[in-house]
Design a protein. Structure first.
Length: 156
């Protein structure tokens, strides 16, 4: 069953509203409440989820939403500034952020930002390059999510 373009737009807007609600917290005391609402009810990590893990899940969700926007001929709205916290977000353990992590993170963020500067005809390529930057870092330090990340790629 195909959705009408009006239904698709409403579905996309609802998803983006939900995503923005999960990435914005007014008060520090609301932080744990917001994080809990943005993650599965059961932690993926028996020791709890780190700030970095939660942020990367938000990045994944953002790329997934952008994937749908681009597939439907839309243009992504704005770079999520919350992603700049990648440098300061605490990892699960110190080995999760190896020596080259900041360089990978900068490369990823710069590539991600270029999506918003790309002409519509180059959105798929810019998006796929961002997904590849994400995968490159995970190949070097945390390969667990690679299969999921690689599924984000768009066909050109």
């Amino acid at each position: 069953m195909a959705l009408s373009s009006k239904s698709s737009l409403w579905l996309l807007l609802a998803f983006l509203w939900l995503f923005s609600a999960c990435t914005h917290s007014e008060k520090p005391e609301d932080k744990s409440k917001d994080e809990a609402s943005c993650t599965k009810s059961k932690s993926m990590n028996p020791n709890g989820d780190s700030e970095l893990a939660l942020l990367m899940r938000q990045m994944y969700d953002s790329l997934l939403a952008m994937n749908l926007i681009i597939k439907n001929g839309g243009i992504p709205a704005a770079f999520p500034d919350a992603f700049l916290k990648i440098h300061t977000a605490k990892p699960t353990d110190s080995h999760t952020k190896p020596d080259g992590f900041d360089a990978y993170a900068d490369d990823y963020l710069n590539t991600y930002k270029k999506i918003y500067q790309s002409p519509k005809s180059e959105l798929k390529s810019a998006y796929n390059l961002t997904v590849q930057k994400c995968a490159t870092c995970h190949e070097a330090s945390c390969p667990g999510p690679l299969k999921k990340i690689n599924k984000l790629k768009l066909e050109l």
